[in-house]
Design a protein around this ligand. Structure first.
Ligand SMILES: NC(=O)c1ccc[n+]([C@@H]2O[C@H](COP(=O)([O-])OP(=O)(O)OC[C@H]3O[C@@H](n4cnc5c(N)ncnc54)[C@H](OP(=O)(O)O)[C@@H]3O)[C@@H](O)[C@H]2O)c1
Length: 159
């Protein structure tokens, strides 16, 4: 299985609000780009709609139950076919909440940006991880001085 997950979350697992990211940390967006470049990226229809543009160098796979609405990407209307397709091929699941929840149990690696901030009116959340299932490595610890926010990159590798 070569399904990987990447997400940026707040202290309470906050993911998004009004179909947008809550925090946009330029160095973290670079981390996202560096990790996902060249791979197929799987996302829900709402996350796809939240992107400012197509992300270069990555094949966009979009889950929707109304496939006719997105002509410029590859669409799937169920996750089962995708699970089979990516048994051997590496890919990244890039959100949002509903997609993370469905793919979590299949993920081999999870890259989490843990942002030391909270958002009381977030409307989407990353699911809780069972830490016993993973080996946790802190990749780095950072500070964005413009946003005045600390954040870390953590890798969870399935045991
Ligand atoms: N912080 C982060 O790292 C991060 C990353 C990504 C997204 N986000 C945020 O997360 C939020 C969006 O999350 P969300 O949960 O609301 O939406 P989402 O997961 O992006 O998309 C949900 C949509 O995906 C489709 N879908 C879901 N499961 C499916 C299945 N099994 N088969 C076929 N289609 C399926 C449906 O589309 P249809 O309605 O078209 O059928 C559903 O409405 C936004 O705020 C976004 O900014 C944050």
């Amino acid at each position: 299985m070569a399904i990987n997950i990447i997400a940026a979350i707040g202290k309470n697992n906050e993911l998004g609000k009004d179909n947008q990211l809550i925090w946009k940390i330029p160095e973290d967006l670079k981390f996202f780009k560096q990790k996902t470049m060249g791979y197929d990226i799987i996302m829900g229809r709402k996350t796809f709609e939240s992107l400012p543009k197509l992300l270069n160098g990555r094949k966009h796979i979009v889950l929707t139950r109304n496939p006719e609405i997105i002509p410029e990407v590859v669409v799937y209307d169920n996750i089962e076919e995708l699970i089979k397709k990516y048994e051997k091929k590496e890919c990244f699941v890039i959100g949002g909440e509903s997609i993370y929840r469905q793919f979590l149990k299949y993920a081999k690696k999870i890259y989490l940006t843990q942002i030391a901030a909270e958002c009381n009116d977030a409307d989407t959340y990353f699911p809780n991880l069972n830490e016993e299932d993973f080996i946790k490595t802190i990749l780095d610890e950072n500070y964005d001085d413009k946003l005045n926010i600390k954040y870390s990159h953590i890798l969870y590798k399935r045991r």
